[in-house]
Unconditional design. Sequence first.
Lengths: 213, 116
Amino acid sequence: MVHRREINGAPALFGNQGDLFGNAMTWWDHETGSVWSQPRGEAILGPLTGTRLELLPSTLATWADWRSAHPDTLALDVPGWATGFHLDDMAIVVDRGAETAAYRIPDVRKERVVNDTVGGIEVAIVIDPATPERWAVFSRRIDDRVLDLELIPAGLRDRATGSLFDPFVGRGRSGPLRDQSLDRIPAFTSFPEDYWTFFPTGSMWPDEAAAPG
Amino acid sequence: MTLLAALAFGFMAVAITTQNTDTPARITPADPAATFNPVSPGADLPDGYRIGFPRDQIAPVYEPVFTTAAAVDWPADSLVIGVAGEQEAKAYPVTHLNLREMVIDSLEGIPILVTW
């Protein structure tokens, strides 16, 4: 999402509050410390409660499509890309409120796809084994059908129907489900120590069912 | 030439095509620990609010740096969030937003907040 970060006409700085509200991210503004809900674009706690940011138009597109539409586009430079992060030391966290699960990235890389259920939601954790920065978490339910997914060179494949999906976008590519898309599930990366601190009752795939100690 | 200077003189298109990077605006983030926080373990929080990580533990990109489309080797089918103004367009790769979640930026002088 893209918002105009102006409060009462003045530019404002925002940071990551780190909490979840309605399963979506929260921000804090540097001026007042108020807490904001991302999907609402609105302060929900603190002095600015009720204040909203203007939502600006933005597009979620493939790089090829965006570049084709905007040949002069600037591209966010990611120097060193993962500097400061060692992805193989981290886990992908899926927090569904009722249940939280984490997946150690090296283990997911070996499997490429982990089909799991978190908080009653059937999910698939997908990672590019060659480039762990490329990962995604999808719902693997389409209407009444629960998919069993695997990652093959041609894409993300439903074992039952043979349908293929783009592995990181989720759009159907071929097969009976080609007109469907997989819904993205919010997720983020964390160091396991931090995960256990903040989600002590969570689980860690594949083998840690509860927080140590 | 800085981004702001480029905007001021209307030479944005020139700036885009003739340089590889913009100089980010200098930003001094507030200290999360020293700023008022209405969320604490005993606070009265709305339904559906769940305390997670400390502020900025997932660090926002406060000073984004940009390059040209030709200078990056992102996969064609990788996802970006794109924003476009009259003359300027910017793309933020989702793979990076997965790690950082927030970018504090501007588009044609308008301060924007990009979040994932």
